[in-house]
Design a protein around this ligand. Structure first.
Ligand code: CUK
Ligand code: CUA
Ligand code: CA
Length: 635
């Protein structure tokens, strides 16, 4: 259907004496069943014109073989632990970045370089990541880093987007379960904001299990993004769910669903309202600078108390067990999704100054709208044209609504702020529109991460994939254009324009990613780019070799049974895409060595005899012949 047809449809409505708004008000809003796929801004389309409109949108997602996508998508892998890189709108999976998991193809979690980045937490083989976010300068993606949380083991990781590898990992001290994670947007991403979800006693040594005790609390965690070290922590009332930051650099806000300090479901649903807690980052930063903080046992991180009555925070009551919190791209609003309430709460950010200086006493005065959207609102995203798109978990719908009109309705005007409800399949969690969390929000594509796929795909046994749906939002109406099955469980995703991400084609020999390996080689007087040598140091054996397709610099080396062997391979190939691998059979040893990269891995040669090693990344017609042997002399 062309634009002309859409116009005609509304004209016909006007002629019939039904304004667009009146039409919506009279039928669609009153009756949720009418708000299925076939409504367009209130006008009911014929089946034929609907099919035509959708097929036009569907043609847009067909990216020809050899053509590139317009957007990079970064998907969390949920409790699978990795980050996935997608091309949008084709929804082709481009790459996986292992982070809080072990990956045998790249050797993440196995190599010395990755284990050093993971630090002490390398002992954990699992993770649960939810929220990937790209660093910003002046409220726009700068393409430098991507940060992501690990709820399972209370970590935050950073990925360098030039090489698409994790380069830092931090375990947040004194708290449990980092959930919400967002970045400071303005003036640049100096801080990573990370919500610790669960309330625990302090100290957590078994001496106290009372959650109502004043020494039981959780904290809002602020991380220095460049150093990837803790900057400070803020004690809060209740628990912490999701978070976002504003466009002045001054405020961040988090939802709390457990204002009850309950330990069970019934208790957590008791209050009609929980709250959004707003952090005055400027004030907290100042207090920390002036030394006005304390520290907790076993940690030197500055801690300030942001519980009710504090100068550092304001608690804004909102209904009920709120979940997502999303800043509108015009910088005007924090919008908290009600989850157990059919509403979202619109908090006007420029009223926060008055809330903090005391001239506005009632924190509810910062709430300027509370539109009713449907059942189970979880997350909101924006098109940059004044509309919000909120997922309705229970209704299995995405609802498009107009923020300004919702505010007018809250002030008593008869306005219908709901523009469209579209069925999604099924039970959506996060939704993300292109560039929505930056001031560049362009309203082109919308991804809806649906938790259930039910009957949408070929069956795969009791465990089903999720379903990430792509919706065209460039026009007046949303059009569902693609189903994308994904493995457990992308909670959240972000989209960046392709020109905002600049990657390296091959490794730089001076890259800090493997700097400590280069340092070790130097101590062993090894020239990594030319030497193929075995260094014996007691029962530690360090094997250095080069690789160039299709051979390793060493095709044989000798060790003794029980030796701790470190194999370091430097890939001398300079041709883009010629990656090698190193696998030692029957030793749990596998790693990637991409062009100009050095990788190393340590294992114990515990079995006497002959052990073949081989290249695992297909690199050459003679890739199968790229082999060598480790000869282990019996003890
Ligand atoms: S959360 Cu999972 S659907 Cu961790 Cu952002 Cu809302
Ligand atoms: Cu080198 Cu395959
Ligand atoms: Ca609650």
């Amino acid at each position: 259907m062309s634009k002309k047809d859409v116009k005609n449809t509304s004209n016909d409505l006007d002629k019939a004496g039904l304004s667009r708004r009146g039409f919506l008000g009279a039928t669609a809003v009153g009756s949720a069943t009418l708000m299925g796929a076939a409504t367009l801004g209130g006008a009911v389309m014929s089946r034929e014109s609907w099919a035509e409109a959708v097929s036009e949108s569907r043609a847009k997602i067909h990216v020809e073989p050899g053509e590139l996508d317009e957007y990079y998508g970064f998907w969390s892998g949920g409790h699978q632990g990795e980050v996935r890189v997608m091309g949008v709108p084709s929804m082709r999976e481009l790459m996986r970045i292992p982070v809080f998991n072990v990956d045998s193809a790249s050797g993440w979690g196995l190599t010395n370089e990755s284990r050093e980045i993971m630090g002490e937490s390398a002992k954990y083989l699992n993770g649960d990541c939810h929220h990937p976010h790209i660093s910003m300068t002046d409220g726009k993606y700068d393409g430098k880093y991507l940060f992501i949380n690990d709820k399972a083991n209370t970590r935050v990781a950073r990925i360098r987007l030039d090489i698409m590898k994790c380069d830092k990992m931090l375990t947040v001290p004194s708290v449990q379960a980092i959930h919400g994670l967002r970045l400071q947007k303005v003036p640049h991403t100096k801080y990573v904001f990370a919500n610790a979800e669960f309330v625990i006693p302090h100290p957590n040594d078994g001496s106290n299990y009372d959650l109502k005790d004043k020494n039981s609390y959780t904290m809002f965690n602020v991380i220095d993004a460049e150093k990837m070290e803790m900057a400070f922590q803020v004690i809060v009332d209740g628990n912490l769910d999701n978070v976002d930051a504003d466009y002045t650099g001054k405020y961040a806000a988090s939802t709390c669903y457990n204002s009850e300090d309950a330990t069970d479901l019934g208790g957590m649903m008791r209050n009609e309202r929980d709250w959004v807690v707003v952090f005055n980052i400027e004030r907290i930063e100042k207090a920390v600078k002036e030394g006005k903080f304390s520290t907790l046992a076993g940690s030197d991180v500055p801690v300030v108390d942001g519980r009710k009555g504090s100068d550092f925070t304001r608690y804004i009551p909102v209904p009920k067990n709120p979940h997502g919190l999303n800043t509108s791209p015009d910088g005007k609003y924090f919008i908290a999704a009600g989850k157990l309430s059919p509403t979202v709460s619109v908090i006007q950010i420029d009223k926060l100054d008055e809330l903090f200086d005391g001239s506005l006493e009632d924190p509810r005065a910062a709430v300027v709208a509370e539109p009713e959207l449907g059942l189970g609102p979880l997350h909101t995203t924006y098109d940059g044209r004044g509309n919000g798109y909120t997922t309705l978990f229970l209704d299995s719908q995405i609802v498009k609504w107009n923020i300004a009109e919702a505010i007018r309705a809250y002030n008593g005007e008869k306005v219908n702020y709901i523009k469209q409800k579209l069925d999604v399949h099924y039970q959506p969690g996060h939704t993300h529109a292109s560039l929505t969390e930056t001031s560049d929000a362009d309203g082109q594509w919308l991804v809806v991460l649906s938790k259930f796929s039910k009957d949408r795909f070929l069956p795969t046994g009791p465990l089903h994939p999720e379903n990430d749906q792509l919706i065209d939002i460039s026009g007046d109406e949303m059009k569902l254009v693609h189903d994308g099955p994904t493995y457990a469980e992308p909670h959240d995703c972000i989209l960046a324009r392709r020109d905002q991400i600049r990657t390296k084609k091959i490794w730089d020999r001076n890259d800090p990613f493997f700097a400590s390996t280069v340092e070790r080689a130097k101590k062993d007087k090894i020239n990594l780019e030319s030497d193929n040598k075995v260094i014996r140091d007691g029962n530690k054996v360090r094997v250095y070799m080069t690789s160039i397709a299709p051979s390793f610099g060493l095709t044989e080396f000798n060790v003794k049974q029980g030796d701790e062997v470190t194999v370091t391979v430097t890939n001398l190939d300079q041709v883009e895409d010629v990656s090698h691998g190193f696998v030692m059979t029957n030793h749990g040893v596998s790693m990637e060595i991409s062009p100009q990269q050095t990788s190393s891995i340590t294992f114990v040669a515990d079995k006497p005899g002959m052990h073949w090693y081989y290249c695992s990344w297909f690199c050459h017609a003679l890739h199968m012949e790229m082999v060598g042997r480790m000869l282990v002399e019996p003890a």
